[in-house]
Design a binder for this molecule. Structure first.
Ligand code: ADP
Length: 281
């Protein structure tokens, strides 16, 4: 079972109307859940090999890296992506950062300051659980700063990401799109199961009440920051297995696109083999 069209094409945000998106759909994929899970495991193994190649590249002076930006409403499954998708690769090569309400120190700085400090080093896959996009999402919806402050940020973010890409980072931006009905189910579960209470935050209901404002803010993000150098992908996320498969595909594609090969030896192989043969512990 394979993708009908490449994930990049099936999930491209260009021209997408979020209000019309079916969040239970599985764009590009016509198989069922079992086939989707099998494909995820299969692609995950490939992704893991490619991640090792990227790591080796970084260790030998290469400059490439990958940055996965995850955005979505509460319960959309950002944590599940980290656990189940990034969980398939060597943790040494993954740098995860979550961005919550800015700390007192962060508030004294430009909003991109904490982002710059968290960028993946060469050879790594960086993962942002929330990101600089919060500065045009929650900040816009909750009126945390005036419009004339957040409005220029779209262009500023585009320029910032262009700089990243120029320096060798592939930026993969994923919006996990959940439906309000599915969110209600997931929040209810958090309130009904003691082992899920820790995930519940009363503030999630406040954000849920502003669903339409958030949708408009997300639409603006897609319309204004999906660029050729750093496109957005919109992943319908009501089916967790599909979202995990889709992100695995996108990451695998990004890694394949680097076109890396194993770094050559920086020693003479024949000499070292001879030394090994002659060595006596
Ligand atoms: P999560 O809800 O993702 O599990 P947290 O409980 O740490 O993680 O919550 C993150 C919260 O921080 C979200 O409500 C988010 O809107 C908020 N947040 C993130 N970035 C900013 C920002 N730049 N300004 C204000 N709030 C932010």
């Amino acid at each position: 079972m394979t993708w009908d069209v490449p994930a990049r094409a099936a999930l491209a945000a260009d021209g997408l109307d979020l209000t019309a998106l079916d969040r239970r759909s599985t764009p590009g994929w016509s198989g069922d859940k079992a086939a989707g899970r099998a494909r995820t495991v299969n692609r995950g193994a490939r992704m893991s090999e490619l991640q090792e190649l990227l790591y080796a590249h970084g260790r030998s002076g290469g400059e490439r890296s990958v940055l996965l930006v995850l955005q979505g409403m509460d319960t959309a499954g950002k944590g599940g992506i980290v656990r189940h998708v990034l969980g398939m690769v060597d943790p040494q090569g993954v740098a995860l950062r979550s961005f919550g309400v800015p700390t007192a120190e962060e508030r004294t700085q430009h909003y991109l300051w904490r982002i710059r400090n968290a960028l993946p080093r060469p050879g790594a896959i960086g993962v942002f659980d929330r990101s600089h996009y919060e500065d045009v999402l929650v900040v816009r919806v909750e009126d945390l700063v005036p419009r004339d402050v957040w409005e220029p940020r779209y262009d500023e973010i585009n320029a910032f990401e262009a700089e990243l890409v120029e320096a060798g980072t592939v930026v993969v931006k994923v919006m996990l799109a959940i439906s309000p009905e599915e969110q209600a189910e997931r929040l209810r579960e958090r309130l009904e199961r003691p082992d899920k209470y820790w995930k519940y935050n009363p503030g999630d209901i406040d954000a849920r009440e502003r669903w339409h404002d958030y949708t408009a803010a997300y639409q603006a993000v897609l319309d204004r920051t999906s660029t050729a150098h750093a496109p957005w992908y919109v992943v319908p996320a009501d089916r967790k297995w599909y979202a995990r498969l889709a992100v695995t595909e996108l990451l695998t594609d990004a890694l394949l696109g680097l076109g890396l090969s194993w770094p050559p030896a920086d020693f003479d192989v024949a000499t070292e083999l001879a030394r090994l043969d002659a060595s006596r512990p």
